[in-house]
Every structure is written in C-alpha cells, then in structure tokens.
Design a protein around this ligand. Structure first.
Ligand SMILES: N[C@@H](CCC(=O)N[C@@H](CS)C(=O)NCC(=O)O)C(=O)O
Length: 217
C-alpha cells in the first residue's frame, strides 16, 4: 500500500502470510511487502538471516518481530485500535473468538502442511501419498466443529466480520488450493465463497499474481 509504512511483511504466494496481508488490506494499514519464492529457505537463503526459521509470515513493526500469522492479526487489532475487527475480552463471545483464532492454525492448517510436505515438497523417494491422504482426512474431520458452528451464521463471532474469519478463512482457502473443496460441507462452501468475494481478499491475492515467484502449491 501507500507511503511511509512502518510495517514490513515477508510473504509467499498462498502461504499463511496471506492472513496478516489480508488483515492489513481490510484495516487500511500501510505496509511494505516483500514477496519471496517458496520455500524461501531453499530459494532465498539470505532470508534465514532475517528469520532463522525460514518461514513466512515474518513481520516487523519498529522493534516488534513476529512469526505467527494469527498472532500478527491479533496484534494489528490491538496495537492499531482496530476493535471493529476483534472481540473485546468482556464480550460474551470472547472465548469463542480466541478459540477460533488458535483453532485456525493448530487444528485446521497444521494437518495440511503435512499433506503438502508428503505430497509435493519431499524429494520423490520420500513422497508418500498414503500418509498425505491420512492428513487430508484428518483435516476434513477437523472441520466438523466449524460446519456445526456455521449453521445459520454468516460469520464466526458476533454476527460480523472479524480476524477470526481471516484466520479460519485462510485455512479453508488453503484446503481449496490443496484440492479438498469437494469434501467441504455446504456450510463451509457457502462461508468460504463469501470470504473469497471480499475486495480485500481479492486485492491480497492479486499482490502475488503474475509475479512469477515459486508458489506454496
Ligand atoms: N505457525 C506459523 C507457521 C508458519 C509456517 O510454517 N509457514 C510456512 C508457509 S504456510 C513456511 O514458511 N514454510 C516454509 C518452510 O517450512 O521452509 C504461522 O501460523 O504463521
């Protein structure tokens, strides 16, 4: 986005860094974006000097340094006073909100990273479609809570769009990129379509389109 950003975000196409990127687009917070080929620890080794983990997102804001995609979204809400995208601690749905924020990565994204690893990233002799499919099944089984929760709801919390929708929506989008969309429930398909239609989400995807960088998938 525009002038003099304090924030810098390191990002790869379709990676979890899409969460904070999408959040900043929704919130209108200026940032500098560095797009890396995936995985950066192979294709942009100097990135390891910035983030020894070699993972994206990597996020800086002045002296602040962060590596967790859902945590960065939470930071943006609190640090930049964007309460319309969060849920306050005294709100009746605060526990739900935090649960979805953590569920988004620990439960809904983690099994997909193992799928990607054993399906695509390992050298041929270590690829293991059987193990990959086990993690695909694990991921789909873990969407049950979400399917139930979305019955009669457009958003996860308080009847409005929050960063919980960004955090969980990214995991569902990644599942679609991985080819799991046909296994989604009707509620999840409807919910993901409405998130994908958001202009800020589309802008975030467009930032890496046609850049000819190696993508997560
Ligand atoms: N829990 C972290 C995970 C970050 C992460 O593992 N990112 C992946 C991309 S989605 C990555 O950079 N992988 C590159 C690698 O493992 O070398 C988060 O939520 O941001």
């Amino acid at each position: 986005m525009k002038s003099d950003p304090q924030i810098k975000l390191w990002h790869c196409d379709n990676a979890r860094s899409l969460r904070p990127l999408w959040a900043m687009e929704e919130m209108g917070i200026p940032y500098e974006l560095e797009v890396l080929p995936f995985p950066p620890r192979f294709f942009q080794k100097e990135f390891l000097e910035v983030n020894p983990l070699g993972t994206v997102p990597y996020f800086t804001d002045g002296d602040a340094r962060m590596t967790e995609s859902s945590g960065i979204c939470h930071y943006l809400v609190e640090r930049y006073g964007k309460s319309e995208f969060g849920i306050a601690a005294d709100h009746a749905e605060y526990a739900d909100y935090l649960n979805w924020m953590y569920h988004s990565d620990a439960t809904l994204t983690f099994p997909q990273t193992l799928y990607i690893r054993y399906m695509f990233l390992e050298p041929d002799e270590r690829k293991n479609p059987g193990v990959a499919e086990d993690y695909a099944k694990w991921f789909i089984a873990r969407t049950k809570l979400l399917t139930q929760h979305l019955e009669g709801r457009e958003f996860l919390c308080d009847g409005r769009f929050t960063i919980a929708d960004i955090a969980v929506g990214y995991a569902l989008y990644l599942g679609k990129v991985n080819g799991f969309a046909e296994r989604y429930s009707g509620n999840i398909t409807r919910y993901l379509s409405s998130l994908e239609a958001r202009p800020a989400f589309k802008r975030s995807l467009a930032l890496t389109a046609n850049r000819n960088v190696k993508s997560l998938l």
